[in-house]
Design a protein around this ligand. Structure first.
Ligand code: G6P
Length: 489
């Protein structure tokens, strides 16, 4: 698939995480796939091309893995093997880089999450975190990429990932002017004005860092447009909107969208596994007549609270559904060192508890919240839902939308936010909602539960066809095609 090149994938997260043995739960040490859409998608590329993966050691389990080799040959419990080179920043630098700048600052800007009348407050601490955290960790990563690129017997092809590493392409280019670099941004790129909450020096460094790449990839056409506009309006750069290029420091930088996807074959095989069968049997012991499902990290962008409020509204309007329906929120804990995330998880739990108090009767509980991260359980849920709620405030793509319908066995209906990147591809076959509109979401949940079988089947089939024809291999192939056509790789 790739010619004579050494692919180097560069991401904050490694493709796998080490789960330490837990004597209390009687579980052994395991290497499992890391959380989030980025790892889901990139793992296929890394495994199929024998790419080297450069990652940041985030915590003690990562540091244990780093001690196992440099790069470490790591094999997950499903038998996939990866070569991972860990960069090990000081914990205080990592803290500033991850918990002050990347999340929340950049994540919140890019998902439009700030309540601007109050936050963010940009001050000396922000500048310090930028310089001593973000820039420092990015430089460590870039230096490692340069070292690996120099050591490689084949020409390197560098694939940098996401918002944690915006400065890396520019830093690598400064040391290796001719290296080929692609940067893919997995999350939304907002309007130029959204960036102006940051001091000019920081927001320009972000864009200039990215423009160190030859090709900058985004999820949707809207992201591409917003990026080109940002280059023009915020930095005064020359942009060609028809060609989708930016001129920067004597080079042409191509900007394209590649909707990320899932490994269809691998996922369907995994969904047939023994562990999923066991989880599904367990689920069948409690599943109601009608099951609404959501599967998400406990992230503010996922809009979990409004999802519950919409469900509450539906229960108010449709007493006939009491006792027959249940909303299962299967949630993976995320970024709990950040106050806003902790507080958000608190609201999620208290709103669900309030709705349960209000409506529970005769052994029926309207909402079941489970906070855990077991892929087999999520897959069992995917197979069983009648309605899948995917209502993010804004989301780069949202792979649950693709995974969920693909694995479902009941022609389940998807209620999908118009602000999820996946809406560009799947919106016509889902029930579209404005994620802020509780009434509209309540109505969509109801319509999804009541839809007749032929219509359900037709919609589910169209979504599956779309995902099958645009799976992760196509995502990779389109990028490689552009690298060949545009950069003559
Ligand atoms: C999203 C981001 C990824 C990130 C993932 C999980 O998918 O685009 O870059 O890895 O969330 O978040 P975490 O902070 O746990 O890595």
């Amino acid at each position: 698939m790739l010619g004579d090149v050494q692919p180097i994938v560069v991401a904050n997260r490694a493709p796998l995480t080490l789960e330490l043995a837990d004597a209390y739960r009687n579980t052994p040490e395991r290497l499992v796939r890391g959380a989030g859409g980025l790892v889901t998608a990139l793992s296929s590329l890394a495994a199929s091309t024998r790419a080297l993966w450069v990652a940041v050691a985030r915590d003690d389990p990562d540091r244990i893995l780093a001690a196992r080799g440099d790069p470490a040959e790591l094999v997950t419990d499903d038998g996939t093997s990866y070569r991972v080179a860990f960069v090990q920043p000081r914990p205080d630098s990592y803290e500033l880089y991850y918990n002050t700048i990347s999340n929340p600052l950049l994540w919140f800007i890019q998902h439009y999450l700030w309540d601007l009348a109050r936050e963010p407050i940009v001050d000396t601490a922000t500048r310090h975190a930028w310089q001593e955290g973000y820039v420092r960790v990015n430089q460590l990563v870039a230096d490692r990429v340069v070292a690996e690129a120099k050591a490689s017997s084949q020409p390197p092809l560098v694939f940098v990932q996401d918002y944690q590493l915006y400065c890396v392409p520019g830093m690598v280019r400064a040391q290796l002017p001719d290296v080929r670099i692609q940067h893919f941004v997995h999350i939304p790129w907002p309007t130029p004005m959204s960036w102006t909450v940051l001091p000019k020096q920081i927001r320009d460094a972000i864009v200039q860092g990215l423009l160190g790449a030859d090709l900058v990839g985004f999820q949707t056409r809207r992201d591409v447009r917003n990026f080109l506009l940002t280059c023009e309006e915020n930095l005064g750069l020359t942009v060609d909107f028809r060609e989708r290029t930016v001129f920067f420091e004597g080079r042409v930088v191509w900007v394209r969208n590649y909707p990320i996807s899932v490994d269809v074959g691998g996922l369907l095989q995994q969904a047939e596994g023994e562990d999923v069968r066991i989880e599904e049997e367990r689920l069948l012991t409690w599943r109601p007549e009608k099951l609404i499902l959501r599967v998400d990290r406990t992230d503010l962008s996922k809009n979990i609270v409004r999802g519950f409020l919409a469900y509450e509204r539906m229960l108010e309007d449709h007493h006939e559904l009491h006792g027959a329906v249940q909303f299962w929120a299967y949630l993976q804990p995320s970024r709990q060192d950040i106050d806003d995330y902790r507080a958000y998880l608190g609201s999620v739990l208290s709103v669900a508890a309030g709705i349960n108090r209000k409506f529970s009767s005769g052994g029926w509980t309207p909402i079941r919240v489970e906070i855990d991260d077991v892929m087999a359980r999520a897959l069992a849920g995917y197979r069983q839902f009648d309605v899948l709620l995917v209502n993010p405030i804004y989301d780069g793509m949202n792979l649950v939308a693709k995974e969920g319908v693909l694995c479902n066995r009941r022609d389940g209906v998807m209620v999908l936010s118009e602000n999820a990147g996946s809406h560009e591809e799947l919106g016509d076959f889902a029930l579209t909602v404005n994620p802020f509109d509780i009434d509209e979401t309540a109505e969509a949940l109801y319509l999804g539960l009541m839809m007749d079988a032929p219509q359900k089947r037709a919609r589910a089939e169209r979504i599956c066809e779309t995902v099958r024809s645009a799976d992760i291999n196509r995502w990779i192939a389109l990028q490689l095609q552009d690298l060949r056509d545009l950069l003559k790789v």
